[in-house]
Design a binder for this molecule. Sequence first.
Ligand code: UDP
Length: 320
Amino acid sequence: MKKVIITGGAGFIGSHLSEKYIKNGWKVTVIDNLSTGRKENIKELEKNKNFYFIYGDITDFDFLKQNIKDFDLIIHLAAAVGVKYIIENPIKSIITNVKGTENILEIANIDKTPVFIASTSEVYGKNTNIPLKEDDDRVVGSTNVSRWNYACSKALDEFLSLAYFREKKLPVVIGRFFNTCGPRQIGEYGMVVPKFIKQAMLGLPITIYGDGKQSRCFTHVEDVVNAVYALCEKKECYGNVFNIGSDIQVTITELATKIVTKLKSDSLIEYIPYNKVYGSNFEDMLVRQPLLDKIRKYIEFNPEFNIDYIIKDVIKFFES
Ligand code: UDP
């Protein structure tokens, strides 16, 4: 039986990925410090005899070294995520993202265990050259704008991963996720889909930041999880960076309208200037859309679930 260890496996994406590996007959071990991950996310998994949970922190090298032994695959998802969380906890975010990944790579390298490193579309920063291609420039703002610490720490993770691949022949594959959504994402840290759905369910104003014309390509977590699994299974993918996401743009106003309509909610839509939410030092990107040519050269990748399905699925989760 093959064995995978998933850091951040009690998180939103990690718990879905754990389920995927269990379904495919793997033994799954999760390491999570439950900072943003939740035991609730893995309560069904914990009933399975092939699933193990270890509480611990990825910044603790000795702890990792003790627990990461004899695995066929390491999937590194543990990271500080969410614009709100990053801005409110910059030190913790940078340390978790940089030191955590350094630790994982160093430990993976002991037995040359293949590793998947989760990255983010945020690394493209403000690049307006849409759709975004893996080798495109990264356009990030001043170090005074807290948001960019995430783009930079994850870019450093990518640099380090690629360096381990080139210098030490460690098999590493990197995925840049684009606005992943679905059940178990609770939106406490700034994710817009669950946040708007909760607001609409409670009849509270839907808080659109800026003019709502900015768009995102929302991707269902099942599509992301299937892509990660397929990338890790294929040798040729290692040493590469891949965009993972839907390429269908939805504006934030469209999103709000769809949610209010679907829920027949009385919520009003309220437009709030960015500076009222994040202070004067904030920058947002207008469009963030991936080019999917590269991933499609390596694996079959056709996101199955559109925004209407995502909204329905997240509503179902909050109602259950
Ligand atoms: N957003 C919004 N209202 C909110 C939360 C987010 O209008 O209450 C906007 C945010 O400014 C961004 C988009 O929704 O343009 C997506 O935000 P999220 O934090 O989900 O992810 P991002 O793509 O910014 O990392």
